[in-house]
Write a protein that binds this ligand. Structure first.
Ligand code: SF4
Length: 322
């Protein structure tokens, strides 16, 4: 790895699903980097392509999806050149995953203890003392009776407990990069706050980088160093979290923030983005044009390029092109 290489570099990532006589371009030319120990938030409405981006990087999309990229590099090494076996070894050890539905990450026929022991074995840790290490990690993620959880099957735990067990499993692997896809969406507010605090504490302790997929701008602001805003499969704005949240450049990001703030303030008049999320973007011009309150004639003709407006903070919008 060269000194200057980011931990993860993604350039011009595209993911397309074929079916029912048409193609859905779920991710269209996404490019970003994540540095060691950094958290990048991917935010956007449902159907914006943020989850598909994470799954495409991890080669977890179904067979009817086609994925291409100019480059996906981990520690400077081109992932596209790896065989499936080589990639599988990397995924789940160097690249950890925390999904919204923790049940899918466990074998229902095996106890939680078996999964945690496997994580220690895969990492190359001391399998002989797995029980002590797994118990300590379960305590670290807020499980007070680790022995009970180690002996339980996944279906015997509540959603919050299972999510904690999954986080413990991922932390035991000590991955350098964790991809977390809406990991707290199905949990109540208290458990959500506890789990986010755990992720932050673990990150501070071991220096893991995180790609955090969320539709919640409050979470993104609390957790992320940088934020990428996705719309219709494209990254339409990217920059330091404080800059994106305080000075959003793209009309879509501005609308998302205005909606989120009016919800926080419980405004009598809720700010709503015009139009429906997840529609098919126009063939030509700016994907956001059908919903944009600033749309101009040129927006329907020319696809905007990503333009850096201030250091490290750019948007894909003709209003900012020079
Ligand atoms: S390019 Fe035009 S339509 Fe697209 S976001 Fe900017 S102003 Fe709106």
């Amino acid at each position: 790895m060269s000194a200057a290489a980011p931990l993860l570099e993604v350039s011009n990532l595209c993911a397309t699903f074929a079916g029912a006589g048409r193609e859905v371009r779920a991710v269209r030319g996404a490019s970003f980097t994540i540095e060691v120990g950094q958290t990048l938030g991917l935010i956007g409405e449902s159907g914006s392509g943020k989850t598909v981006t994470g799954l495409a990087i991890l080669r977890l999309l179904p067979a009817h999806a086609s994925v291409s990229a100019d480059r996906i590099a981990y520690r400077g090494e081109n992932l596209a050149a790896m065989s499936d076996d080589e990639f599988r070894r990397l995924r789940g050890v160097e690249l950890g995953m925390i999904f919204q539905d923790p049940a899918g990450s466990f074998n229902p026929a095996k106890r939680i203890g078996w999964h945690l022991r496997e994580a220690i074995r895969r990492r190359g840790g001391e399998v002989e003392r797995w029980e002590a290490e797994a118990g300590d990690m379960l305590r670290e993620v807020g499980i007070r009776m680790p022995q009970r959880v180690l002996g339980a099957y996944p279906h015997q735990l509540s959603g919050g407990m299972l999510q904690r067990a999954l986080i413990a499993m991922v932390f035991l692997l000590r991955p350098a990069l964790i991809i977390a896809d809406e990991p707290t969406t199905n949990l109540d507010n208290l458990v959500e706050r506890q789990i986010l605090a755990l992720i932050r504490a673990h990150q501070a302790k071991v220096g893991a980088a995180i790609l955090f997929v969320t539709h919640d701008l409050g979470i993104a602001g609390a957790l992320c160093d940088r934020i990428a805003v996705m719309y219709a499969g494209e990254i339409v704005e990217i920059g330091p979290a404080a800059a994106v949240l305080e000075r959003p450049l793209h009309p879509y990001a501005q609308g998302l923030l205005a909606t989120s703030r009016s919800l926080e303030r419980a405004d009598a008049e809720l700010h709503e983005l015009p139009g429906e999320p997840g529609g098919v973007p126009p063939e030509q011009g700016c994907a956001f044009a059908p919903r944009c309150i600033h749309v101009m004639a040129a927006c329907r003709e020319r696809h905007p390029a990503m333009t850096e407006v201030e250091p490290g903070h750019g948007a894909r919008c003709l209003l900012h092109e020079r």
